[in-house]
Design a protein around this ligand. Structure first.
Ligand code: DQA
Length: 142
């Protein structure tokens, strides 16, 4: 079975009660359960990880990437400035999909730039938690 890494960055552990008018009411454990269950239906093993620390995310990716067929990452605000994470993602062999729950282009100007997008295979934004399922669908087709 292929392994897909589902990674969340800073503040996404607070999904559900963090600015629900922007991010909705779905919690991170609910997203992880949804993705693990959908992964099982698609014969994909989904391994989940969340950290508020860029270095911890890099450690996780470095440790897991050799066995991974894909990465789905919502980097949170790391998307906008985290060059060490960008270097890390550049060095992985598998496709990487960046997901944002909100449409970052409709919000503050500083959110419009993702320094990670350039090194990702694709980017999904503004579709709420459905964006994660669409990213998983991409890996099912592989
Ligand atoms: C986010 C968008 C980011 O700008 C923000 O910092 C987040 C969440 C999203 O899922 O819409 O933490 O990645």
């Amino acid at each position: 079975m292929k392994t897909i890494l589902l990674i969340h960055g800073p503040n996404l552990n607070r999904l559900g009660d963090r600015e629900p008018e922007i991010y909705g009411r779905t919690t991170l454990p609910e997203i992880e359960t949804m993705m693990t269950a959908r992964g099982r239906e698609c014969r994909l093993a989904v391994r989940t990880f969340q950290s508020n620390h860029e270095g911890a995310i890099i450690d996780f990716i470095q440790g897991e990437q050799a066995a991974a067929s894909g990465i789905i990452i919502n980097p949170g605000a790391l998307a906008h400035y985290a060059y060490a994470l960008r270097d890390c993602l550049t060095a992985v062999a598998c496709p990487v999909i960046e997901v944002h729950i909100s449409n970052v282009h409709k919000r503050e100007a500083w959110r419009r730039t993702s320094i990670l997008a350039e090194v990702c295979t694709g980017v999904i934004g503004g579709l709420g938690v459905d964006g994660y399922l669409l990213a998983l669908e991409y890996f099912r087709e592989k």
